[in-house]
Design a protein around this ligand. Structure first.
Ligand SMILES: [Zn+2]
Length: 80
């Protein structure tokens, strides 16, 4: 079983549909058991949809990375 940290390291590729079959299987197995990562995954998907569907909305790294940090912080708190 992979950890939430492992999941977060792969989530970008997973959402880009850019992971090998075996990795995808393990990520989906983790999602099936982990509410935190399911929520993170859903939010990330929605965020990506908003960003890609709107021409006028630019989300640059400066805005996204603090959000990712917040999510990771929440996960660390949940795990302890
Ligand atoms: Zn998780």
């Amino acid at each position: 079983m992979i950890s939430c940290r492992d999941f977060m390291e792969e989530i970008g590729d997973y959402l880009d549909d850019d992971v090998a079959g075996e990795v995808r299987r393990r990520l989906e197995e983790h999602l099936a058991h982990c509410k935190t990562c399911t929520v993170v995954c859903d939010s990330a998907r929605k965020t990506i949809r908003v960003v890609t569907e709107s021409d006028s909305f630019d989300l640059d790294e400066g805005e996204f990375l603090p959000l990712a940090d917040k999510i990771m912080e929440r996960i660390r708190q949940t795990r302890d």
